[in-house]
Write a new protein. Structure first.
Ligand SMILES: *Cc1c(COP(=O)(O)O)cnc(C)c1O
Length: 377
C-alpha cells in the first residue's frame, strides 16, 4: 500500500449531473443554482441568510468589512489556525490581538480573552470584536464567547471553515456570533472547487455582504451603478451546482468521515507516543482533518520521514500564525509569545484523511505508526 492521498474530494455522478445541467443553460453566474445552494447552506447552519462567495477567505473579508471594522480597531483571535482567519483582519488594517489556546482542544481560550479585556489603556479601547475558529471541526467554547462578547459589547465572528456539520450543545457550527463562514476548498467537508458562504441572521449584514461581493451594487441598483467600494467575490453557477450536490449528500459524507475517524481512534488507541484528537463534552465533530499530537515534539521529523518512506503523506498542521515572517515584521511577534500554541504547532501532524479511505488503509497507517514505537523511545 503506497501513495495514499493526504485529502481527497468525494465526487459522484450527482455532482457531474448538476454541473452539466448548468452548462445546458445560458446562466453561468447569478442564477438559480446559487440561490438553491444558499438556501441549503443557511439550513445547515440554521441561519436566516446565506451569501455565497468565491472563497472562505473572501467571506471572512466581507464580514470584517460589513461589520464596519477598520483602521484603529483591534480584534481578539487565535494564533493557531489557517492564516486566512487572521489575514482577513489585516486586509482592513484591523490589528489582530492573539490570545493563546487550550492545550487539549486547540481552540481559543476564553479565560485568556477575559484577561486581554481586563487590561486598561488605549489597546483595550480599540478592541471591537472576537474572531474564533472551530479548529479541525472542533467547536470553540461558544457559550463562553457569546457571554464575553455580550458583556463587553464586542462583535463576534465564527470562522467555521473547518466545522460544517459540527455542533455544540445541539447548535450547529456556523450559527454562532454576528456572522460566520463555511469554506469549500477541496479538502473541506464539502467542496465547490473554490467557494465559501457568509452566514448571518442580520438583515443589514446580509444586505451589506451581498453588496460587497457584487462590486458594491445596491439591492435595487442597475448593473453599472455602484453605491460603495465592493469586490467581485461572486460564486459561479457551476461551483454552486457542485455545492448543491454535495449538500444533498451531506449526511452520507459526514457519516463516511466519522467512520474513518473512528477507525483511526481505534487503531491509535494503544500507541504510547501520541495523543489522538480530544473530544469536548457536548460537541459533535464533523471531522475536517485527523490530527494527532506527538508527546515529544522532537519526534515529529522522524515520524514524518518514517511514514513518507512507507507511502504515507503527513503535514504539520498548523504552524503558528504569529511566527509567520510578515507577522513578525509588522507586529514584532517572537517565539515565546504564545507558548501553548507554539508547543501544539510543533507537535501536531495531520494524517491522511478522506471520505473514501478504507479500513485497510487506516489500519496500514496505524500499523506503521505502531511499528515505530520501539525506535522512538
Ligand atoms: C480553509 C480555511 C479558510 C479559508 O477558506 P478558503 O476557501 O480556502 O479561502 C479560513 N479559515 C480556516 C480556519 C480554514 O481552514
Amino acid at each position: 500500500m503506497s501513495n495514499l492521498p493526504l485529502a481527497a474530494p468525494d465526487i459522484t455522478d450527482r455532482e457531474r449531473e448538476l454541473v452539466m445541467q448548468v452548462l445546458s443553460t445560458p446562466i453561468l453566474s447569478g442564477g438559480p443554482m446559487v440561490q438553491r445552494f444558499e438556501q441549503m447552506a443557511a439550513a445547515v447552519a440554521r441561519r436566516k441568510h446565506a451569501i455565497a462567495v468565491s472563497s472562505g477567505t473572501a467571506g471572512l473579508h466581507v464580514i470584517v468589512r460589513a461589520l464596519g471594522l477598520g483602521p484603529g480597531d483591534a480584534v481578539i483571535t487565535t494564533p493557531y489556525s489557517f492564516i486566512a482567519s487572521s489575514n482577513c483582519l489585516l486586509y482592513e488594517s484591523v490589528q489582530p490581538i492573539f490570545v493563546d489556546i487550550e492545550a487539549d482542544t486547540f481552540n481559543i481560550d476564553p479565560d485568556r480573552i477575559t484577561d486581554a479585556l481586563r487590561s486598561d489603556g488605549s489597546r483595550r479601547n480599540r478592541i471591537k470584536g472576537i474572531l474564533a475558529v472551530d479548529i479541525f471541526g472542533h467547536p470553540a467554547r461558544w457559550e463562553h464567547l457569546e457571554a464575553i462578547a455580550q458583556e463587553h459589547g464586542l462583535k463576534l465572528i465564527e470562522d467555521s471553515a473547518e466545522s460544517l456539520g459540527s455542533s455544540l450543545s445541539g447548535r450547529p457550527c456556523g450559527s454562532f456570533g454576528d456572522a460566520a463562514i463555511f469554506a469549500f476548498y477541496p479538502n473541506k467537508q464539502i467542496t465547490t472547487g473554490e467557494g465559501g458562504v457568509v452566514l448571518t441572521d442580520s438583515e443589514d449584514l446580509a444586505e451589506m455582504a451581498r453588496s460587497l461581493r457584487n462590486q458594491g451594487r445596491g439591492p435595487a441598483s442597475d448593473w453599472l451603478e455602484h453605491v460603495r467600494l465592493g469586490y467581485n467575490y461572486r460564486l459561479s453557477e457551476l461551483h454552486a451546482a457542485l455545492g448543491v450536490a454535495q449538500l444533498e449528500r451531506l449526511q452520507e459524507l459526514l457519516a463516511k468521515r466519522a467512520q474513518v475517524a473512528a477507525w483511526y481512534d481505534e487503531g491509535l488507541r494503544d500507541i504510547s507516543y501520541l495523543t489522538p484528537p480530544a473530544k469536548q463534552d457536548g460537541a459533535e465533530v464533523s471531522w475536517f482533518v485527523y490530527v494527532i499530537r506527538l508527546k515529544n515534539a522532537g519526534h515529529r521529523q522522524q515520524v514524518m520521514q518514517w511514514l513518507k518512506e512507507r507511502g504515507v503523506p503527513t503535514r504539520p498542521y498548523f504552524p503558528a500564525i504569529h511566527l509567520m515572517s510578515f507577522y513578525r515584521e509588522q507586529f514584532g511577534f517572537k517565539e515565546g509569545d504564545f507558548p501553548i500554541t507554539e508547543a501544539v504547532a510543533a507537535s501536531t501532524l495531520a494524517l491522511p484523511f478522506h471520505n473514501n479511505m478504507t479500513e485497510a488503509e487506516v489500519n496500514y497507517v496505524c500499523d506503521q505508526l505502531q511499528a515505530l514505537t520501539e525506535s522512538l523511545s
